[in-house]
Design a protein around this ligand. Structure first.
Ligand SMILES: C[S@@+](CC[C@H](N)C(=O)[O-])C[C@H]1O[C@@H](n2cnc3c(N)ncnc32)[C@H](O)[C@@H]1O
Length: 316
C-alpha cells in the first residue's frame, strides 16, 4: 500500500491532477521541497479529509509554488488555498527560466490548470499581516506551511500568525527547522513552542521540516506518520526527542531540487552504460555534489547510499 492509497478512500481521495503533479509535474518546478515532504503532505491532507478535518490550505513563502500546488490541489469542495509571498525577485530568481518568482508562479498556475481565485494569492510581506487578513480569505486553515523569511523575527511573527488561524485538527509545517544554514528558524521555533506552554507540540520531524500541532491531535498525526513510514520502504525512521516530545523522524535523501535539467538529461543519462551512470554521492565533496545535481544530474538511491546519476562533467 502506498501513501496515496491511504487517502484514496471515498472522502480523502487523491485527485488525478494531484497524482499527476506529485508523480511528474513537480519536477519541472523550481523550489526547495523534498520528495518525502511532498508525499507526506499529500498523505496528511488526505488523512485530514477522511477524518473530517476541514479548512483552508495556506503557505507563507511560495517561491514558484512547488509546495503550494500540493496544497491547492488538495482542496476539497468549499475549501480554499492561500499563497502568500513577496513575489519579488532577488538576483538568483530573476535569472531563472521563467524570469522571476511572480512570473514563474503564474506560468505554473496556468500550465497546471490550477483554478485559483484572486483572493487565493496574496502578494505581501507576511510581517504586515494579521490573522484577519488570512481568515477573511480562506477561513480557518487545516495545513499551514511556514516557509517565508528565515530570520528570527520572520519566524517569530509567522508561526504565531499561522497558529492563530489554525482550524481544529490542523497542522503547521515549519521549513528548515534544524537546518544549520538557517539557525534562527530553529531558535525562533523553540522559543515559540516554549512560550506556548504545551498548547503547541512537535508531531513529526523530517530532515527539512518540523510539523507542529496542538497536543489533542499531535499524537494522531504521529501515529499516522508511523503508518506512512512503515509503508515507505526506502525510508529510515526512528523516534527523535524534540522539545521534550518523542516524534516520528523521517530521513530521506531524495531531493526534488534537481529539476532544472531533469527531463532533457534523463534520456541521455539512461543511454549511458551503467558504470558511467553511478557515482557514489558520499565520495564527492558537497559543492561538487551540488553542482552535479544542479547542472545535469538526477538523484536516485541504492538501498542505503544516496547515488548520483549523471551524464556529464559538472559545470564550472
Ligand atoms: C525558501 S522560498 C519558499 C520555497 C517554497 N515553499 C517551495 O516550495 O519551493 C522562501 C520564499 O519566501 C518569500 N519571503 C521571504 N520573506 C518574506 C516575507 N517577509 N513575506 C512573504 N514572503 C517572504 C520569498 O519571496 C521566497 O519566495
Amino acid at each position: 500500500m502506498t501513501a496515496e492509497s491511504e487517502c484514496s478512500d471515498a472522502s480523502g481521495a487523491v485527485s488525478p491532477a494531484l497524482r499527476n503533479y506529485l508523480r511528474w509535474k513537480i519536477y519541472s518546478i523550481n523550489g526547495y521541497l523534498k520528495s518525502l515532504d511532498a508525499r507526506l503532505i499529500v498523505a496528511l491532507a488526505g488523512w485530514q479529509t477522511s477524518n473530517k478535518i476541514v479548512g483552508g490550505l495556506a503557505e507563507i513563502g511560495v517561491h514558484h509554488g512547488k509546495l503550494f500546488f500540493l496544497l491547492a490541489l488538495s482542496r476539497q469542495i468549499g475549501e480554499k488555498s492561500l499563497a502568500i509571498d513577496l513575489f519579488e525577485d532577488d538576483e538568483m530568481n530573476a535569472s531563472t527560466r521563467f524570469g522571476g518568482r511572480s512570473r514563474a508562479f503564474s506560468t505554473h498556475v496556468a500550465s497546471l490548470n490550477v483554478a485559483l481565485t484572486s483572493t487565493e494569492v496574496l502578494k505581501a510581506d507576511s510581517l504586515t499581516l494579521i490573522s484577519d487578513d488570512i481568515l477573511s480569505r480562506v477561513g480557518r486553515v487545516r495545513i499551514f506551511s511556514v516557509d517565508g523569511g528565515h530570520l528570527y523575527h520572520h519566524v517569530a511573527h509567522d508561526l504565531p500568525l499561522a497558529f492563530s488561524t489554525l482550524a481544529p485538527g490542523g497542522i503547521v509545517i515549519v521549513d528548515d527547522f534544524c537546518n544549520s544554514e538557517w539557525p534562527e528558524v530553529t531558535s525562533a521555533t523553540y522559543d515559540f513552542v516554549r512560550a506556548q506552554e504545551g498548547k503547541v507540540v512537535p508531531a513529526i520531524l523530517t530532515r527539512n521540516k518540523l510539523y507542529l500541532a496542538p497536543p489533542d491531535i499531535a499524537s494522531a498525526y504521529g501515529e499516522f506518520a508511523s503508518r506512512f513510514a512503515a509503508r515507505e520502504k526506502q525510508m529510515s525512521r526512528a523516534p527523535v526527542e524534540v522539545m521534550g516530545a518523542l516524534v516520528v523522524y523521517f530521513l530521506s535523501a531524495i531531493s526534488l531540487s534537481f529539476n532544472f535539467h531533469f527531463k532533457p538529461n534523463f534520456k541521455k543519462i539512461c543511454s549511458l552504460p551503467a558504470h558511467a551512470r553511478k557515482i557514489s554521492a558520499p565520495s564527492m565533496p558537497r559543492v561538487e555534489r551540488f553542482r552535479f545535481i544542479m547542472s545535469s544530474g538526477a538523484l536516485t538511491r541504492s538501498r542505503n547510499t544516496p547515488t548520483l546519476i549523471t551524464s556529464a562533467t559538472p559545470k564550472a
